[in-house]
Structures are given as structure tokens and as C-alpha cells.
Design a protein around this ligand. Structure first.
Ligand code: 0A1
Ligand code: ZN
Length: 866
């Protein structure tokens, strides 16, 4: 059981293996929303004889307790509402407990809770202990037998982990289902789901010859919208067989969609539980982006069956071992199935816009933290997204073949075990023959490394050189100095006519083709007698998660954008041009003109993939821009971005209109890549044209049959305050009134209207029947969008945006602490705000000091204010 030090933190350095093992758990549930009874029979074995028997159990009403069939007298145990201690046991035994819990009163959505007509569980990270007693830690891994009993009428379907092994009718209209999970599985992967569920289903045979039934379950009215998700499971299952040789290992794989769910989804063994937004989709109610997100989240959870479940974690410090690795795996899945370049663009946007900000602020932490107060605050972009980038760094350092061998070895060596990062690195070190102790530093050091690169050219000798200096920023708890990291940096040099320079540089850093491996704080690359000054390009494909500084002129960026063949790099160069056009001083005019020219070329190029052109039209978002400046002035940044868009839209009006019109037929319907690409570019054009004219948006809104086109049109109408905006919103609202997920969409548009007075609309929403503070999706739709997607309203000069979010965090904290803490995270950039706003954010945070009771909220607030 992790021990907290006096400072309230759990430390990685304090890890102790479990004193007691629990080889098997047999649970019996009598399900009822108001009072569920849970009987648990735990087989217990001492791992270190002499240690006390301690089990986790939070807020449980203990009804009965027996040891080896004998009731335990009160002096033999203590239960303080957190931990159960059984005295005087030294040998293997069976503990039987009976507890009562109250699902309908559980608004935290951790443990067993009610969502609509369903009863569901969420146990990661420490929710199991709210269901019954267990050593609730990932390195305690029983096999399970789970018996569910409930009234048949209200709960006709009863699901749990593993395989179904029996069912029967009981007296009084009740029935029973029994499940067995033969795989050693920690409590955080435990799940049950009960209720009036309907399903879509298919069966297949795995590469190992196992017959498997795949089911996706939802409330009856939603089940037709589960078909796409079902297809995604099948694709993920096949992909893991082919790419990593990993097969599914039970007779059934079930997914259940829930309207109330704190996170995106959960990989419970054999019974994934999902936020409905990552399952339910058809073309009338979901956008193309939704479809792709569904496929990727379904794959993510499925892929956890090996990276997380079969090989699980020794302790929560290893979280990125499953999350970073599984994000890496799901993004490879999406890249293999669709476009590698577009997937990379999506990932890098998120990393640069959001993870870099996290890594640069008061919440920065290493991918493997050294300590935590509340583990649920560490499900972060750093652990997930930077963690995935580190897998990519490893792959680049050891090469594709050794990486693949290392993965096979990791799975084979650690199957059925609770592993650590060291186990992962040991497998890769063995497979590649490379010492990975330098690479391990990436997991321990927080902050985004910076590379400063400067070029020099000697006219007389024709010598060319690049100097690369690596530095690591100070972060909370890590003032530095920090050791240099191994950084795989792709690079290219171009000659005057755009030809690639083939000559390898002279350098002390290892170079393999176009991949340079930085190891020291400083490296110099020399090309003696090159004879001309080349144009260098770096970090193609984002080979390393670093900030890179090299002084390009706008003309050089535009030239490289023409010469670089890789679409990701071309997109990246256009983003840099746009950053110069928005935040630059001297280069601004030239950057705008260069951007116009390149975009005009792209719009005119019928051969270019429309989806790629759409990505190029999507200028860096506010977060990315905020990362590029030392002091954030939201009004100035948003204003400069807006004026760049208006200028470019006016200059490109004709090609935008032409491209928009030309793609109409291709955009019709269907989920094939060409149709999605056409819709993406049409919507990007529509958005730009919205700066000039909202008539096309109105026409599209009235005529379309797909949510992709309808929502994009509504966005333009609302955000540009078009004459028909109110009527369109009312029509949309009514058409989808019964659908909470589509309701979240229009609410999101209202909350992100780029204007200070959008705050009044949010206040109106908070006073409306649509406000449901216990539904995490709705909280995100209203307040997540305001705080993360509307800088002009959140950072209002009068401080009203900051105060509103702080007040709502205080109001939501007692309902769902995890949701409240996430919302509070929107303040992470507060210290870099311009004066006036910084004080207002500081005051809003200070106002929360005595208003947050939860461990999640307090932990985050203290770190934000430290
Ligand atoms: N493991 C899940 C997401 C998840 C994370 C944390 C939770 O509670 C604190 C719940 C779910 C995933 O990566 O998909
Ligand atoms: Zn995950």
C-alpha cells in the first residue's frame, strides 16, 4: 500500500512490493441503484510474512466480515473509512466481506455509479476501493469470478470482465449472470455494466484460432449508431495481430457506451466502458472528425489489452508505460489506416499547442513523475502525448527493426506481470544492443528541450557549419542544470536550386543518413569547402519533441515549403510562416505575402490532397501562438490572428470560392477518404470566406445532410454573427433536442464565439435547462470550451471570465472533483499573461483557496499557485 510521507505525497522511491498477494477474488453483487450489496471472497497469501493485512476500502458500509468462514469479532479488525486492517493473520486465508454502496448518490463517477438507466463502474486509478475491499494497486492481480444479480426488468443485461460462464433466473423477478476473468487483472481494470442495453455484434476468428464475439452496447435508441465503432474494434484487433503479433485473449470483447463518463474511455479487461461521444456516430449526428476520433479511441482502448492489461503497471508512477505506449500504438494504427502525414499534423498540433504549454508552466512534470499527491491529476498531455513521442524517439534511436524486436521482447518477457519503465528499457536494450541509460533521462527530466541552431559560412574558403546548442528549461522541483538528452534530429541541406546536398557533415555526433543524433549540449556540423550557403531544414516529421530556434526569413520558409517533399514538413513551415505573420515585428509584412503566395499555389493545385490543403489553411491556434511569445496578450494575439485571416481571405477570395464550388460534388456523403477530404477543404474555405461573406455558410447550412457540413456552417454563422445566425441556431437546437451529444456541439459553438461578450451567452447557458453540472460532457461543452477555446471571453479584461471559471470550479468540485480539477488546469498559463490579466487570474485562484475540499482540486490549486 503506497505510504504517504508527511508532505502528503506518495514517492516513487518509497515503492514496496505488496505484503499480501491476492491470487483470486470472487465477488457477488446484488445490484440496486440506491443500495447495492457486494460480497467479496478474497484468497489471501502472505508475500512477506509478519506484515499486517491491510486493504483499501473507501466510504464502504461494512455489513459483515469473516475469516476462513468464521465471523470476525470487532477487536480483530479496524476500518476507518479508508483502510481495513485485519489483526492477527499470518498465513494464507480467505477473507469474506459484505458491504453496501450507493450508486445513485455517486456523482464522482468513480466506483459503481448510475448513468441514465445503467449501472456502471469506473475504477482507474483508485475507484475500485469504492466498491469493496482490495489491495487497490496495480501490482496486485487476482483472477476473478464475478456474479451479478439484479431485477430483470430494469437490468436485463448484466456484463462483467472476462467470459460469461452461466446465468439463471432467480425468485422475485431477479436474475443472475456469472463471469470469469482468468487473466491476472488488477482492480483498476475491474468493470461491470448493467441495464437495458442493446447491441451490435459480430464474430471473428483471431490469428491464433480463437472464436471471438465482439459487441458494442448502448441504450436501445442509440444502438444503430454503434456500427462504426464495431467496425473500428475489428480493424484494431486485426492491426495488432499484424503489426505487433498480439492476439485477443477472451471469448468476448464488450464495449458499453455511457452518457456520463469523466474521461474518454476505459480499457477494463474484456469490458471497455466508453464515453458515448467516442462510440455513437452516424453521418447526420457526427462529424468526420468525430468518426476519426471514435476509431482512434476504440483502437486505443482495444490496444491496451496488451499494453496495459496483459502487461500492466507495477505502480502509478509507471503510467506512461501503458499510456504513452498505447497512444503511440493507436497513432500508428491511424497512420497505417489513413494518412501518416495528416495524423502526424494532428498529433503535433496538440503537442505544440497544449503539451508544450503544460511543460512550460507550473504543472510541468516528468513523463515519469517522482511523486504525486493525487494520481488522477497525472493523466496529462505529458504522460500521454509526450510519452508517445518518447516511444518515437526510442524508435528513431534504435532503428525500426530493433524497435520491433524490442517490442516483441517486452511483451514476451512481461506478459502477466506488473512492469516498470526499466523492464521496457531492458527489453529494448537487449534487442538493440544499445545502452539506453541516456534515453531514460527523457522520462525523468521535465520541460521541453530547446535547440538553438546557428549557421556560418566562410566566403573565402566556402566552408559551411551549423552549431547546435541544446538546453533544458528549469521546471517545478527541477531547477537544473539538467543533463543533455539523446535527440534524434532529422535534417537536410538544400543548394541554390533546391537540390539536396548529399555530403555528410563532419561532426562528433553520430549521423545515419538524414538522422543526426545529438548527445551533448553542443555539436558542430561542418561541410568544409561546400562552396555555397545552403538552406537547412530541421526536425522533419517532428523527429524529436523539441523547440527549435533557427532564424529563417519569411522568404526562406516559403522556399523550403516548396522544396521539402514531405507534406508534414511543408505544413510545419507554413505554420512557422503564419507565426511570423502574426507575432513577428520586422518580418510580418513579408511573411504575410509569402504565406499568401504559397497558399494561392496550394489552392490552385488540383493535384494536392484537399485534406492536406485544409490543414495548411488552418492557421496556428491561439495556444500555439501563445507558446511563441514571452508574454501573452490575448487580445493582441487574437486580434493579430484575426486580421491576418481577414487580409488573406480578401486576397485569396477567388481561389477560395473556386475551390469551394469545385469540391461540392466530391463532398456529398460517405466516409471514404476522398469525401472526407473534400468536406475538410470546403469547410476550411467556408471558414475563410466567412471573414468576407456569410451567404455560402447559410446556403450550406440549409442544404446539407451531413453533420460535418452543417456544424461548420453553423459555426461560421454564429461566430460571424450573420443575419441568419439566431434562426439557424434555433433550427439546429430543435432538430437535435433529444440528443445530448449534438446538444454539446451547439453549446460548444456558443461558448467559443470569439468575442468578450460570449461570456454573457455562457452565463445564459448556466442559467438554462441545458446546464447539467453532473454530466462531464456538458461541463466540458460549456466551461471547457470557454476556458480552453475562447481566449477573448476567458481572459476578459475586467476579469469576469477568470472569476466565472473559478466559481464554477468551486461549484463542481463537490460533485466531480476530477472534472473540476481538469477545468482548473485552464489557468496553467496564468503567470505568462500580460499585466492586468495576470493579477486577475491570480485573484481568481486565490479566491479558491478556501473553497476546494477535494484532494484533486487542492493538489492542482497548490501547484498552480506555488
Ligand atoms: N486509461 C484510460 C483513461 C482513464 C484515465 C483515468 C481515469 O480516471 C482517473 C479514467 C480513465 C485511457 O487511457 O483511455
Ligand atoms: Zn489509455
Amino acid at each position: 500500500m503506497p505510504v504517504r510521507r508527511d508532505d502528503g505525497h506518495v514517492y516513487l522511491a518509497d515503492y514496496q512490493p505488496p505484503a499480501w498477494r491476492i491470487p483470486h477474488a470472487d465477488l457477488r453483487f446484488d445490484l440496486d441503484p440506491d443500495a447495492t450489496e457486494v460480497e467479496a471472497r478474497l484468497r489471501l497469501e502472505p508475500a512477506r510474512p509478519g506484515e499486517p493485512l491491510l486493504l483499501d476500502g473507501e466510504d464502504l458500509e461494512l455489513l459483515a466480515i469473516e475469516l476462513d468462514g468464521q465471523p470476525l469479532p470487532p477487536e480483530r479488525y479496524d476500518y476507518d473509512g479508508q483502510r481495513l486492517c485485519v489483526h492477527g493473520v499470518a498465513a494464507a486465508c480467505e477473507l469474506r466481506t459484505r458491504v453496501r454502496i450507493r450508486p445513485a448518490a455517486n456523482t464522482r463517477l468513480e466506483g459503481l455509479y448510475r448513468s441514465g438507466s445503467l449501472l456502471l463502474t469506473q475504477c482507474e486509478s483508485e475507484g475500485f476501493r469504492r466498491i469493496t475491499f482490495l489491495a487497490d494497486r496495480p501490482d496486485v492481480m487476482p483472477t476473478w469470478r464475478i456474479t451479478l444479480r439484479a431485477e430483470r426488468r430494469a437490468y436485463p443485461v448484466l456484463l462483467a470482465n472476462g467470459n460469461p460462464v452461466g446465468s439463471r433466473e432467480l425468485e422475485g423477478g431477479r436474475h443472475e449472470a456469472v463471469w470469469e476473468n482468468p487473466h491476472p487483472t488488477p482492480g483498476y481494470l475491474f468493470a461491470i455494466a448493467a441495464g437495458p442495453l442493446a447491441r451490435v455484434s459480430t464474430t471473428l476468428t483471431t490469428a491464433e484460432g480463437r472464436r471471438v464475439e465482439l459487441n458494442v452496447w448502448a441504450e436501445a435508441g442509440d444502438v444503430e449508431r454503434c456500427r462504426y465503432a464495431l467496425g473500428a474494434v475489428e480493424r484494431a484487433l486485426r492491426w495488432d495481430e499484424q503489426r505487433f503479433g498480439r492476439c485477443y485473449d477472451l471469448d468476448v470483447f464488450n464495449i458499453v457506451a455511457a452518457q456520463d463518463f469523466t474521461m474518454g474511455a476505459m480499457e477494463n479487461k474484456g469490458l471497455n466502458i466508453f464515453n458515448a461521444r467516442y462510440i455513437l456516430a452516424d453521418e447526420a449526428t457526427a462529424t468526420d472528425t468525430d468518426f476519426l476520433a471514435i476509431e482512434s479511441v476504440v483502437a486505443h482502448e482495444y490496444l491496451h489489452n496488451w499494453s496495459g492489461n496483459r502487461v500492466t503497471l507495477r505502480d502509478w508512477f509507471q503510467l506512461s508505460l501503458k499510456e504513452g505506449l498505447t497512444v503511440y500504438r493507436d497513432s500508428e494504427f491511424s497512420a497505417d489506416l489513413h494518412s501518416r502525414a495528416l495524423k502526424r499534423i494532428e498529433v503535433v498540433r496538440l503537442l505544440r499547442g497544449r503539451q508544450f504549454a503544460e511543460d512550460a508552466g507550473p504543472l510541468a512534470h516528468p513523463v515519469r513523475p517522482q511523486r504525486y499527491r493525487e494520481i488522477s491529476n497525472f493523466y496529462t498531455l505529458t504522460v500521454y502525448e509526450k510519452g508517445a513521442e518518447l516511444i518515437r524517439v526510442l524508435q528513431a534511436l534504435v532503428g525500426d527493426e530493433a524497435f520491433q524486436a524490442g517490442m516483441a521482447r517486452y511483451f514476451a518477457d512481461n506478459d502477466g506481470r506488473a512492469a516498470t519503465l526499466e523492464d521496457f528499457l531492458a527489453a529494448h536494450a537487449a534487442a538493440s544492443g544499445r545502452d539506453l541509460s541516456d534515453f531514460a533521462r527523457w522520462y525523468a527530466q521535465a520541460g521541453t528541450p530547446e535547440l538553438r541552431i546557428s549557421a556560418s559560412f566562410d566566403e573565402a574558403s566556402g566552408d559551411y557549419a551549423l552549431e547546435i546548442i541544446q538546453s533544458q528549461p528549469a521546471t517545478p522541483g527541477q531547477p537544473g542544470p539538467k543533463a543533455p538528452l539523446p535527440i534524434p534530429l532529422r535534417f537536410a541541406l538544400y543548394g541554390p536550386a533546391g537540390q539536396r546536398v548529399g555530403a555528410a557533415p563532419q561532426t562528433d555526433a553520430p549521423v545515419r543518413g538524414d538522422l543526426l543524433e545529438l548527445r551533448e549540449a553542443r555539436h558542430v556540423l561542418r561541410w568544409p569547402g561546400l562552396g555555397f550557403q545552403p538552406l537547412p531544414a530541421f526536425n522533419q516529421g517532428f523527429s524529436a519533441p523539441v523547440r527549435l530556434r533557427f532564424d529563417y526569413t519569411p522568404a526562406q520558409l516559403a522556399t523550403l515549403a516548396r522544396w521539402e517533399a514531405d507534406p508534414f514538413s511543408r505544413w510545419d513551415l507554413l505554420q512557422q510562416l503564419a507565426v511570423q505573420a502574426i507575432t513577428g515585428t520586422d518580418a510580418r509584412v513579408a511573411a504575410t505575402e509569402a504565406l499568401r503566395e504559397v497558399l494561392a499555389g496550394l489552392l490552385a493545385d488540383d493535384g494536392a490532397d484537399p485534406a492536406f490543403v485544409a490543414e495548411c489553411l488552418a492557421l496556428p491556434d491561439f495556444d500555439t501562438l501563445a507558446e511563441a511569445v514571452p508574454v501573452v496578450d490575448p487580445q493582441a494575439l487574437a486580434g493579430a490572428r484575426e486580421s491576418l485571416l481577414a487580409t488573406l481571405a480578401a486576397a485569396l477570395e477567388q481561389p477560395l470560392r473556386q475551390r469551394y464550388a469545385a469540391l461540392a460534388a466530391a463532398a456529398g456523403g460517405g466516409l471514404q477518404a476522398s469525401a472526407m477530404a473534400a468536406r475538410a477543404l470546403r469547410n476550411a474555405c467556408l471558414d475563410w470566406l466567412g471573414h468576407l461573406d456569410t451567404v455560402p455558410a447559410q446556403t450550406q447550412f440549409d442544404a446539407t445532410a451531413t453533420m460535418t457540413e452543417r456544424l461548420a456552417a453553423l459555426r461560421v454563422l454564429l461566430h460571424r454573427q450573420a443575419p441568419g445566425a439566431e434562426a439557424a441556431l434555433a433550427a439546429f437546437r430543435e432538430r437535435f433536442a433529444g440528443d445530448p451529444l449534438v446538444t454539446d456541439k451547439w453549446i460548444g459553438l456558443v461558448a467559443t464565439r470569439p468575442a468578450a461578450d460570449a461570456l454573457a451567452d455562457v452565463q445564459w447557458l448556466l442559467a438554462s435547462p441545458w446546464w447539467k453540472p453532473a454530466n462531464p460532457n456538458r461541463v466540458r461543452a460549456v466551461l471547457g470550451n470557454l476556458s480552453r477555446g475562447n481566449p477573448l471571453a476567458f481572459h476578459r479584461l475586467d476579469g469576469a471570465g477568470h472569476r466565472l471559471i473559478a466559481d464554477q470550479v468551486a461549484a463542481i468540485d463537490p460533485i466531480n472533483p476530477q472534472v473540476a480539477a481538469r477545468l482548473l488546469g485552464a489557468f496553467e498559463g496564468w503567470r505568462r499573461l500580460r499585466s492586468g490579466l495576470r493579477e486577475s487570474a491570480e485573484a481568481a485562484l486565490a479566491s479558491l483557496q478556501d473553497r476546494l475540499a477535494s484532494a484533486d482540486g487542492r493538489d492542482l490549486l497548490d501547484r498552480l499557485r506555488a
